[in-house]
Design a protein around this ligand. Structure first.
Ligand code: GYE
Length: 303
């Protein structure tokens, strides 16, 4: 278990590392690409992967982690649905000497001994990039509606914050309505429909992911308006469907968030299980895309 690669662990025979991975769900194109990346990288690294899908519910994730502890896996990796409420179960893992790696999303806890490392994006920075594009590409008053990710999730909290920090420099740019669309296409569509009814003069949609932006596009079209023109759209992720909409001019700007974390995760897991030191924080590298850049990138886009 945690301390080494010996045969003492119930989770392994034949020297293979066993990883319990508690995934958030299958809410978005990003998540699907992330799951595939983790599964493929485990295979390539010879890591035995036990995989669970929490359907965006923290209680399911806690159950999955408890079951990995019982199974005495060598390492637990998970992408926390929400930021808070993890101390108890992570303390159980710690007592069982099973190291924990946070991937993609962080937790909010005073005790950073509850995990070895956190691999993932800088979501505040992503929000800042979205805000900066808007500041650089608008004049006069701008009414923004915001489609937030899952309530309490690190990317929702941080992407909101980063965006607000930057647009705060420009008193004319205002978020006039904000609500969670749960990172799903259906959620984005539903919330946008409501916004279109309740809010006149929407200039810009800021969606915390591509899927919600794509849902908003459907709602905007159904209301007889042109996405990308009558209402400009900024999203985060840069999955294929988002990039296609960007190339087609229906989205105006996308901030990239890289879901291909599998290889780095397996690397970190091997080191942690071998008792080697790893950095407490590993930030993934990301860029941004305009329509022209999306057209150029699309042919080679892997997800
Ligand atoms: O942006 C969104 C997904 O945690 C970074 O979760 C991830 C986010 C991603 O549902 O599409």
């Amino acid at each position: 278990s945690g301390g080494g690669t010996g045969t003492a662990s119930g989770g392994q025979d034949n020297g293979k590392i066993t990883m319990g991975f508690a995934q958030v769900g299958a809410e978005s194109g990003w998540r699907t690409a992330n799951t595939k990346s983790v599964q493929e990288a485990a295979k390539a690294a010879g890591v035995e992967l036990r995989f669970s899908d929490a359907q965006q519910k923290q209680e399911n994730q806690i159950k999955a982690i408890r079951s990995y502890i019982q199974q005495k896996v060598d390492v637990i990796a998970f992408s926390p649905v929400v930021e808070t409420g993890w101390d108890a179960v992570l303390l159980e893992a710690k007592r069982a000497k099973i190291p924990v790696i946070l991937t993609d999303r962080a937790i909010d806890s005073d005790d950073d001994s509850l995990y070895e490392t956190f691999l993932g994006s800088d979501f505040v920075e992503e929000g800042r990039k979205a805000g900066q594009w808007l500041v650089d590409n608008s004049q006069g008053p701008v009414n923004v509606v915001e489609l937030q990710g899952t309530t309490g999730a690190a990317p929702a909290i941080d992407r909101k914050k980063g965006f607000e920090d930057v647009i705060g420099e420009r008193p004319g740019i205002k978020v006039v309505a904000t609500q969670s669309g749960d990172f799903t296409r259906a959620g984005g569509k539903q919330v946008m429909e409501a916004f279109l009814k309740s809010t006149s003069d929407i200039d810009v949609v800021y969606a915390h992911n591509d899927d919600m932006g794509l849902g908003a596009i459907e709602a905007i079209k159904a209301a007889g308006k042109k996405p990308g023109k009558d209402i400009r759209i900024i999203t985060v992720d840069a999955v294929k469907d988002g990039m296609q909409a960007l190339a087609d001019g229906e989205i105006n700007f996308i901030v990239e968030c890289n879901p291909l974390l599998g290889e780095q995760l397996m690397d970190l897991a091997e080191k942690v299980v071998a008792g080697e030191e790893v950095p407490k924080r590993v930030v993934t590298e990301e860029t941004t895309f305009t329509p022209e850049q999306a057209k150029a990138a699309l042919p080679d886009r892997k997800y």
